[in-house]
Design a protein. Structure first.
Length: 227
C-alpha cells in the first residue's frame, strides 16, 4: 500500500495504511515499533515518539495535549448519568462514521470493556444502531451524535424531542453533542496528520484496560517536543 492520496481515506473494513507492530504501554498508550523500521508510511510531521494515533500527537505538543486530555477525561470518565461505557460507545460510533481507524478501534475497545454486551454489542451499534439491543435513550442519543457528525445544523428539534421522550436529560443531550463534536475534531486531528494505527485488536484491548484503570490524563513526566 502506498501513501498517495488514494490511500488516505478508509473504507469501513479497511485500513488507510499498514499498521505497525506494537506492544501495550502505560496509561493506555500503545508503544509501537517506529514506522521507519517497518517500511511503513510516516506521519506528515516528525513526532517525538513512536506512539500511534492521537497519543503521539498529545505527547508531541503537551501544551495542547494536556487540555485535550483533561477534556476527554471529563467527558468520558467524569461524573454523569450516562455510564462510562455508553460515553465511550458514542465516541467509538462517531469515530466509525468519520472512518478514523485509530479512534474507532481504541474507543470501541474501551466501550466493549465497560458494557455488558462487549465487542459484539459495539459492532452492532457501529453497524446499525437502530437495531442494536441498547436502551431507547441511548439510541436517541446516538442519533443526535450521528447528526453532529454530519454538521451542527443537522441536529433538529425532533431529534432532541425524541431523546427527551426517552428520558434523556438536558445534561445528557449536551454531553452527547459535545462528545460527538470533540471526537470529530480528534478524528480530523489524527487523520489530518496521517498518524499510524495498529491492526491487532489485542493491543487496543490492552490499551483500553490501562485507560480504564488510569484515565486519559498523561503522566506528568511525559517528555515534550524540543523547541
Amino acid at each position: 500500500m502506498t501513501c498517495d492520496e488514494g490511500t488516505r481515506h478508509l473504507s469501513p473494513a479497511g485500513a488507510r495504511r499498514p499498521p505497525p507492530a506494537g506492544v501495550p504501554g502505560r496509561y493506555g498508550m500503545l508503544v509501537v515499533v517506529p514506522p521507519a523500521q517497518e517500511g511503513l508510511c510516516m506521519p506528515y510531521i516528525a513526532l517525538n515518539s513512536a506512539e500511534p494515533g492521537i497519543r503521539g500527537l498529545l505527547r508531541y505538543r503537551p501544551q495542547t495535549g494536556r487540555p485535550l486530555s483533561e477534556l476527554t477525561e471529563v467527558l468520558l470518565r467524569g461524573p454523569g448519568t450516562l455510564t462510562r461505557g455508553e460515553r465511550e460507545l458514542i465516541a467509538a460510533y462517531v469515530s466509525a462514521l468519520n472512518q478514523c481507524r485509530y479512534c474507532s478501534a481504541s474507543h470501541a475497545a474501551c466501550a466493549a470493556a465497560q458494557l455488558p454486551g462487549g465487542m459484539p454489542l459495539v459492532e452492532q451499534v457501529r453497524s446499525d444502531p437502530g437495531s442494536a439491543p441498547v436502551p431507547a435513550k441511548l439510541k436517541a442519543l446516538l442519533a443526535i451524535a450521528a447528526a453532529v457528525q454530519q454538521g451542527g445544523l443537522a441536529v433538529t428539534a425532533e431529534l432532541v424531542a425524541r431523546a427527551r421522550a426517552a428520558d434523556a436529560t438536558d445534561l445528557e443531550i449536551h454531553d452527547t453533542v459535545l462528545i460527538a463534536a470533540v471526537f470529530c475534531m480528534f478524528n480530523r486531528y489524527v487523520d489530518g496528520l496521517a498518524t499510524t494505527a495498529p491492526d491487532d485488536p489485542a493491543l487496543y484491548a490492552a490499551g483500553a484496560q490501562r485507560l480504564i484503570n488510569h484515565g486519559y490524563l498523561p503522566p506528568s513526566d511525559e517528555p515534550s517536543r524540543q523547541t
